[in-house]
Design a protein around this ligand. Structure first.
Ligand SMILES: [Zn+2]
Length: 365
């Protein structure tokens, strides 16, 4: 079964499927709503499963299918706590229903008492202010991500030009009067894609493929609407309730996943959802996360499937073969991040990726 989402965190990642959610209404319920009886039953049951401190009703609602003052008041209380506003009405496909579904998705439909803790990681929904800061930070990194990709493209052009002249065997040589910069860039490329043992034609082909991927990543970002492509980032509406997303600082609904299930939970493919675990992290973490997810976004456009084989915090990333690296998102994000911002900043995120440069110039003639 194809996965519905892919998660990203700085200490553990994964893929998973969203739970099936039965909660659905055919028309609006609450203040000024259509108030079909069966829909009202659905909403009353769902509200009764919300813990009081999360916006659930102070006194359990009678599940009688009549959307009276108590039901409307309970809708208002839930909206105020969860969304920061209240109109007393729940619409099909609306934000209140999406929040409500999150609780059902957590398996609480049996009325077992609301939000469960799971391995100590389950989080309550973020306070509004943190979400504002999170979104602001997420948007503010986008021009930096675009810059990183542009700089990486230019740097790899230099590497390609030199590779064509020198061949793999002589890429680390420095001729008299030659700038060290192309060699430094080659070393970065090699550190992330392990090309030094390839033949020159194979290395050239791999470099060309990597260049194409970075070009696609930049096109995806630049092609999104909003300021700097702001539409690509979004605040997560569901992780507090979906245990498979427990460790994620961000996640992306996949394009191959169950579209209906994604829609029911109010999330869309081709967006990066930032969760409250990224709150308080520094700018570079946001920036790195965007670069990593962009590498996944382009995998449908190339012959290469770019997935997650190893992450920057895992020693196994240092032992990946060339072919594995070509299919590992982290190798693309780490390469672009280092080319644009240097090894010190990359090490700030992943200490394992510290560059050990051996400054043994081989001067030829
Ligand atoms: Zn990933």
């Amino acid at each position: 079964m194809p996965y519905d989402f892919r998660t990203f965190s700085f200490r553990g990642c994964g893929c998973g499927n969203l739970p099936d959610v039965e909660t659905d209404i055919r028309a609006s319920v609450g203040q000024g709503g259509v108030n079909r009886s069966d829909d009202s039953v659905t909403i009353q049951s769902a509200l009764n499963n919300i813990p009081i401190d999360q916006g659930g009703p102070q006194v359990r609602l009678a599940v009688d299918g009549i959307a009276g003052p108590l039901t409307i008041s309970a809708i208002r209380k839930f909206q105020t706590r969860q969304l920061g506003w209240a109109d007393g009405r729940i619409d099909p496909g609306g934000p209140t229903l999406a929040r409500l579904r999150g609780y059902s998705a957590n398996g609480n439909a049996g009325g077992t008492g609301g939000l469960k803790t799971h391995g100590g990681h389950r989080r309550a929904p973020s306070p509004q202010m943190f979400e504002v800061i999170r979104r602001g930070t997420a948007v503010s990194v986008l021009p930096h991500a675009s810059h990183a990709l542009r700089k990486t493209q230019l740097n790899l052009d230099l590497v390609m030009a030199r590779l064509k002249v020198k061949g793999v065997q002589r890429m680390t040589e420095i001729s008299p009067g030659e700038s060290r910069e192309p060699r430094r860039l080659w070393n970065i490329f090699n550190r992330h894609f392990s090309v030094a043992n390839l033949s020159t034609p194979a290395a050239t082909q791999s470099l060309s493929s990597v260049q194409q991927t970075f070009e696609n990543m930049k096109a995806v970002l630049d092609g999104r609407p909003g300021i700097w492509g702001a539409d690509i980032v979004e605040i997560d509406p569901i992780t507090a309730y979906v245990k498979e997303l427990d460790e994620a600082v961000a996640y992306t609904p996949t394009t191959t996943g169950d579209r209906a299930r994604q829609t029911r939970l109010g999330i869309m493919p081709w967006r990066i959802y930032f969760t409250n675990l990224i709150d308080g992290q520094d700018f570079d973490h946001y920036l790195y996360t965007v670069l990593h997810e962009l590498a996944h976004f382009v995998d449908n456009e190339t012959q290469l499937h770019i997935g997650d084989i190893a992450y920057g915090y895992q020693p196994s990333i240092l032992r990946l073969s060339h072919h594995q690296r070509m299919r590992n998102a982290e190798c693309y994000s780490a390469c672009a991040f280092e080319m644009a911002f240097g090894n010190d900043r990359l090490v700030g995120i992943y200490p394992l990726l510290r560059a050990i440069e051996i400054d043994d110039d081989v001067i030829i003639r």
